[in-house]
Design a binder for this molecule. Structure first.
Ligand SMILES: CCCCCCCCCCCC/C=C/CC(=O)SCCNC(=O)CCNC(=O)[C@H](O)C(C)(C)COP(=O)(O)OP(=O)(O)OC[C@H]1O[C@@H](n2cnc3c(N)ncnc32)[C@H](O)[C@@H]1OP(=O)(O)O
Length: 303
């Protein structure tokens, strides 16, 4: 499923400089750990490790931005570029998205990218976040989230943009859009993604409360599709992938597009306005103070 040509062009124009300037070593290949079947060769970049298995047409894409896979500008850029590379390689039909960091799938936006940063940087950062959501939400590939750690806010959005979600049964691995607890709010396209997944009333309540659901509740509300013991997350994700790949790609992709295009188009129609809203919102003194206080609280937790 091709993204709107405008988005594709924008993505290339938007991302190419970062790929060059941000010191990624895209395209570096190395033998996959444990051989990986027919001599599969891992590739990726500094913060995203891709383990492709050409025989099955499935790649595992691991977020590798310790300690918590905070969505830095570099990680956002490298995720989009790695996903685009897999989409352009017709060998691959599905991607399992998971974390290489212990205990955390993804901590959401890297708050240091919007705390104390100038409006121009916040705008650049938010465009990269929009791009990652558009790429994952509309991807022609089957995307399965193997959630092997905490998954708040932006991490939850990445998981929700996948076609299905498998969560490790660990009460510390909570998932949800907790923005209100930071004194901020989820933009409309995060809200739309939530509503499309768990329904309006559940989203209305969870968004206002900033709910972070433990596995059993996440399953019950429909935020995840399966909850399994931690050591079965990857194997379960593979089984789920096989179920989705049993469907002819073209029919599945057209159906996915039918279900998701209206939501994505809503952002595409007002992408600049959304960026301006984001910048003017997060650059407010009161919001900056909230975010700084939240970051401080995070840092003190370890003390
Ligand atoms: C009226 C119209 C308005 C229009 C509105 C327009 C739209 C406005 C949009 C505004 C933005 C909306 C979108 C937001 C989405 C987000 O993602 S916001 C980020 C939310 N993320 C979180 O709340 C997660 C915070 N982190 C944690 O809860 C925990 O770190 C963890 C559970 C993920 C992991 O815990 P643990 O393993 O114990 O690690 P820690 O010791 O907590 O952290 C280690 C280290 O990482 C730092 N860190 C953690 N999270 C982040 C982060 N998100 N960003 C940056 N840094 C982070 C943490 O401070 C520690 O740092 P030090 O090692 O102490 O330096």
């Amino acid at each position: 499923m091709a993204l709107a040509s405008g988005v594709r062009f924008a993505a290339r124009a938007l991302l190419r400089p970062w790929a060059l300037l941000r010191g990624t070593t895209l395209g570096r290949t190395e033998p996959a750990a444990g051989g990986g079947g027919d001599g599969a060769r891992r590739f990726g970049s500094q913060r995203v490790l891709v383990e492709p298995d050409a025989a099955s047409g499935v790649a595992v894409m691991k977020l590798r931005n310790p300690p918590v896979n905070a969505l830095s500008l570099e990680l956002l850029t490298e995720l989009v570029i790695s996903l685009e590379k897999l989409e352009n390689d017709k060998t691959f039909r599905g991607v399992i998205l998971t974390s290489d960091c212990p205990r955390v799938f993804c901590a959401g936006l890297d708050l240091t990218e919007i705390c104390g940063r100038n409006p121009a940087h916040c705008a650049e950062y938010w465009k990269a976040m929009q791009e990652l959501w558009l790429r994952t939400y509309l991807s022609s590939l089957v995307l399965v989230a193997a959630i092997n750690g905490a998954c708040p806010a932006g991490g939850c959005i990445i998981a929700l943009s996948c076609d299905c979600r498998v969560l490790a049964d660990n009460p510390k691995y909570r998932i949800g859009l907790n923005e209100t607890l930071l004194g901020i709010i989820a933009p409309f396209w995060l809200k739309d993604t939530y509503v499309n997944t768990i329904g309006h009333r559940a989203s209305e309540q969870a968004l206002q409360l900033g709910s972070l659901f433990p596995p059993a509740e996440a399953l019950q509300v429909g935020l995840v599709d399966q909850v399994v013991p931690e050591d079965q997350v990857q194997s379960t994700a593979l089984s789920e992938m096989a179920r989705w790949l049993a469907v002819p790609d073209h029919a599945r992709q057209l159906t996915k597009n039918m279900m998701r295009k209206a939501t994505a188009d809503r952002l595409l129609r007002q992408r600049d306005a959304d960026t301006q809203n984001f910048v003017s919102f997060v650059c407010r003194d009161s919001i900056q103070k909230s975010l700084q206080a939240y970051l401080e609280k995070l840092r003190q937790r370890k003390g």
